[in-house]
Design a protein around this ligand. Structure first.
Ligand SMILES: [Cu+2]
Length: 347
């Protein structure tokens, strides 16, 4: 067994190239800043290009797939890149929700999605977002009329039945897709939706304004995690209601891009001070566990996450499982228009 000093030295040697590799990885993939627009602002050609690329992820062999215990895992068998995204969110589910890293982790997740669309499927655009506040105003009482749900130039319609949560989507580009990853469903299953106008109304402008008005991150993140975050999940319904399986619906990514835009607007309101404002608990509070139906993680999370205690810091690690992309830290993703996230929102 090597003496401790030798092990520490070895770790030091390994750590430095790893950090350099992550920053090189992202700078190579950030040649132009991605101009992220609302779905409704895209041309029909831009919409169909996005949907083409999303379906391409569902048909592309997994990347870095030589680990058989990763491919054949307890949540199903990873068969494509889409499954890799799904798997990552399920495995990280108990860490990334109701905690301070909630907004940074999902910001990074959306960016990795945008990047793999571009690098694996030659997608030529930026990541779109779902303007949920706009939809609560423009389509109040008839949310299904929003162009985002269009059967030919959008994400398809509602589930087919009346049983909330078990209604397969039968129209649009994602009709009858087969999902492979689930935290509680061991066979392949369909994409379900069950719209709720009242839930979507949680994204109304007064609820978003309430979050925007908080002066520090610790208050703001839990507010955004409340009504605005719940709006897209509950408004879409079906699979989107599941706290960890929800990324099986392609709408998940447009919902989280929108939430990320609102977080970025909040950061801009006191810029650059809010590039370093971080906080929030590292493990879920007891009442959050009950609400979400999630499990508490062990004490190991305190080491695992890179923080000195049970408070989220800029050193907190953001994990992408299965080497889909390098792991980064919260500090790496605080600037939207930086090397890692490489984006601007047009609103
Ligand atoms: Cu999530």
């Amino acid at each position: 067994m090597a003496p401790l000093s030798a092990k520490v030295a070895l770790l030091g040697l390994l750590a430095a190239p790893h950090v350099a590799a992550a920053s090189d990885y992202w700078s190579e993939r950030c040649t132009t800043i991605n101009q992220r627009k609302s779905w409704a602002a895209l041309t029909d050609d831009e919409k169909s290009e996005y949907i083409r690329a999303e379906k391409c992820l569902m048909e592309s062999d997994p990347i870095n797939d030589n680990d058989s215990s990763y491919i054949n895992n307890e949540y199903g068998k990873i068969q494509n890149i889409w499954d890799q995204f799904h798997y990552t969110h399920i495995v990280e589910g108990n860490y990334i929700h109701y905690t301070g890293q909630f907004l940074p982790w999902h910001r990074y997740y959306v960016r990795v999605h945008e990047m793999l669309l571009q690098t694996q499927c030659n997608y030529t655009g930026a990541h779109p977002y779902w303007d949920e506040t706009g939809d609560t105003e423009s389509y109040q009482g008839h949310m299904g009329d929003s162009p985002i749900w269009d059967a030919t130039t959008g994400f398809g319609g509602n589930g087919t039945g009346t049983d909330r949560g078990s209604d397969c989507v039968a129209t649009g580009p994602f009709a009858n897709i087969s999902l492979h990853m689930s935290s509680h469903n061991k066979t392949d299953y369909c994409l379900t939706r069950a719209w709720s106008q009242s839930d979507l109304n949680g994204a109304n402008s007064s609820n978003v304004q309430e979050c925007f008005d908080y002066a520090n991150y610790t208050d703001a993140w839990s507010c955004y995690n409340g009504h605005p975050h719940a709006a897209g999940h509950g408004g879409t319904g079906g699979l989107m209601l599941d706290p960890v399986d929800s990324p099986g619906d392609p709408m998940f990514f447009l919902h989280h891009a929108w939430l990320d835009m609102e977080y970025w607007k909040w950061q801009l309101a006191d810029y650059p001070a809010r590039l370093t404002d971080m906080g929030g608990n590292n493990v879920m509070a007891e009442e959050s566990l009950e609400i979400a139906g999630l499990s508490q993680v062990g004490d190991d999370v305190l080491d695992y996450d890179g923080d000195p205690g049970n408070t989220t810091t800029l050193n907190h690690n953001l994990y992408m499982r299965g080497n889909m992309a390098p792991n980064v830290t919260v500090g790496d993703v605080m600037e939207l228009n930086g090397t890692v996230i490489c984006a601007e929102y047009i609103y």
